[in-house]
Design a binder for this molecule. Structure first.
Ligand code: ISL
Ligand code: CA
Length: 551
């Protein structure tokens, strides 16, 4: 197992639109992030992952890029970006950006050209197919609903878009596309950027024959028809060989459809492809047959089993994992995996205890360090996310009233994680003097940085303590991992150890008091989320304890 900086780092993810608005236009921006670099550094963060800031028409909030080498005007200038990068490096931190190259915006010059004619030099930058029986080439569904094919009148063909129709899929079979991507990567690495999170990178290799969906279960369609295509590893090896390997950088691939079977293929130390991946096995446990907007309760036993199996698989091949429980695409983790009622504070600290004591690089999503929770806007018009807006449209197309289905969006919508950051109890939580691009979560007077800075027992200060604890104990980075009593449906308990330390982490993922017996002696309590915690193992609701085992 090679030791390296990105394995020892704690990553902080910023969704720039919602972080801090420096010029009071209601939209977060890069100068706003610069204003907060001291705060981010004070958490003990090593790496910032910045969601897309490139030119974009914002159909999918920056994940539809129209110019890969220029900064979106709303976010600032290239000079602002250069100042941000310098500010991050001056504080000893690193910057990882978001590489979105499975698709571009339909407003990118390449697509403007490609759709002009069938013999345009850029035609094969995208995936064009003739229709079939008067309809699209296949019955594929897009991630955000509707057909994955859009018809173009000019050339009377369909183009593929696995996401919105303003996000046409790039054709990676075309060596020119692969070279364009290598050149984009070089451009940002030569500016000093320290790595990329690669958006839906598991989807870039398409199967040569386009056949109809083989399964009504969308996750299966993703894994077997959209992701893990025949040339994916060839493309990633080539990208690594030609560009990535020439810089001291980190890469993490976002991998819809990457199941345990494929896990090591992308990140095994001997694979020379990516450093880490985000898989989603634990992020679909609470989705029923109807997908994201069909929420069901999740099982802790299954949740633990997924973490156990991924850890076992990756450590076999000296691969490395990413540990995350939330990001800009999912509901707030304290609401989703824990409890955002009277136990919210305890539950947020319990999740932090897990996130920061597991094997793998932890990813902290902006606001989770405060225990920010889901929002429940009353009106469909308050929602901005294209995925949610398409869900409302699909309901209306079935003659249903979105107002009767708001609970599904309240539970699972992506805007839950996109309401602006809570800096203070002042107007708009100090995010902006102007009306923010999306409504605030009304609970910001109770959940904000300014308040939590003043309280030693706040969630914010618990994150600082846990991050420091992880840094002081490399056992939590490189040590072994083994969970206890896997069939326990309330307690997640596991050991982390190496030849220096042995720790026991005990987390009560329930509203119930649980008398837990780990059958281990010599326990010394080090970290706890109830201020009056004791060394016994009568675990109160959402109680977390981390012990050193002094045998
Ligand atoms: O369906 C999912 C996982 O299988 C969702 O997490 C998500 O839509 C998917 O992972 C793709 O997410 C990424 O690409 C999208 C963009 O909307 C998301 O914000 C981005 O994280 C298209 O670029
Ligand atoms: Ca702004």
């Amino acid at each position: 197992m090679k030791k390296t900086w990105w394995k020892e780092s704690v990553v902080y993810q910023i969704y720039p639109r919602s972080y801090n608005d420096s010029n009071n236009d209601g939209i977060g921006d890069i100068p706003g992030i610069i204003e907060k670099l001291d705060y981010i550094q004070s958490l003990g963060i090593d790496v910032i992952w910045l969601c897309p800031v490139y030119e974009s028409p914002n159909d999918d909030n920056g994940y539809d890029i129209s110019d890969y080498r220029n900064i979106m005007n709303e976010f600032g200038s290239m000079a602002d970006f250069d100042a941000l990068l310098k500010g991050i490096h001056d504080r000893g931190m690193k910057l990882v950006m978001d590489l979105v190259v499975n698709h571009s915006s339909d407003e990118h010059d390449w697509f403007e050209e490609s759709k002009k004619s069938k013999d345009n030099p850029y035609r094969d930058y995208y995936i064009w197919k003739p229709g079939k029986n008067g309809g699209p080439p296949t019955d594929w569904e897009a991630f955000f609903g509707g057909s994955a094919w859009a018809y173009d009148e000019t050339t009377e063909e369909y183009y593929l878009h696995l996401f919105t129709k303003k996000q046409p899929d790039l054709n990676w079979e075309n060596p020119k596309v692969r070279e364009e991507v290598n050149s984009i990567i070089r451009y940002w690495f030569d500016k000093g950027v320290d790595g990329f999170r690669m958006d839906v990178i598991s989807l870039i290799s398409k199967r040569p024959i386009y056949t109809d969906m083989i399964s009504p279960v969308f996750e299966e369609t993703i894994a077997k028809q959209y992701a893990n295509g025949p040339r994916i590893h060839e493309f990633l090896k080539s990208m690594n060989q030609e560009v990535l390997s020439k810089y001291d950088i980190m890469t993490v691939g976002e991998g819809p459809g990457i199941t345990l079977v494929h896990g090591l293929d992308y990140v095994g130390e001997d694979r020379n492809e990516l450093d880490m991946v985000f898989h989603f096995d634990h992020m679909f446990l609470d989705m029923g047959a109807g997908g994201k907007f069909d929420p069901i309760p999740y099982s802790l036993v299954e949740f633990k089993d997924i973490f156990n199996r991924w850890d076992a698989k990756l450590s076999q091949g000296n691969g490395w994992g990413s540990i995350f429980l939330g990001n800009h695409d999912f509901p707030r983790m304290v609401s989703r995996f824990a409890s955002d009622g009277s136990y919210r504070e305890k539950a947020a600290k319990l999740l932090a205890s897990m996130l920061l004591s597991m094997r793998g690089t932890p990813y902290v999503y902006q606001g989770d360090e405060l225990g920010m929770s889901n929002v429940a806007f009353a009106n469909p018009e308050d929602y901005k996310d294209i995925e949610t807006l398409n869900y409302f449209k699909s309901l209306e197309a079935e003659g249903k009233d979105p107002m009767d289905h708001m609970h599904n969006v309240h539970k699972m919508g992506r805007d839950n994680a996109r309401t602006p950051m809570h800096w203070s109890g002042d107007k708009n939580a100090g995010f902006s003097e102007a009306e923010p691009w999306i409504k605030m979560n009304p609970n910001y007077p109770d959940i904000n940085v300014e308040d939590q800075e003043r309280s030693t027992s706040s969630i914010l200060n618990f994150y600082r303590k846990m991050i420091q604890f992880r840094k002081d104990n490399p056992t939590l980075v490189y040590g072994d991992y083994e969970s206890l009593q896997n069939d326990h449906d309330k307690i997640y308990a596991y050991r982390r150890w190496d030849d220096v330390n042995e720790f026991l982490v005990v987390l009560n993922f329930s509203d119930h008091e649980v008398d837990f017996d780990p059958i281990i002696t010599g326990l010394e309590l080090l970290i706890y989320n109830y201020t009056d915690a004791t060394e016994d193992l009568l675990m109160r609701p959402w109680e977390a304890k981390i012990f050193r085992i002094n045998d």
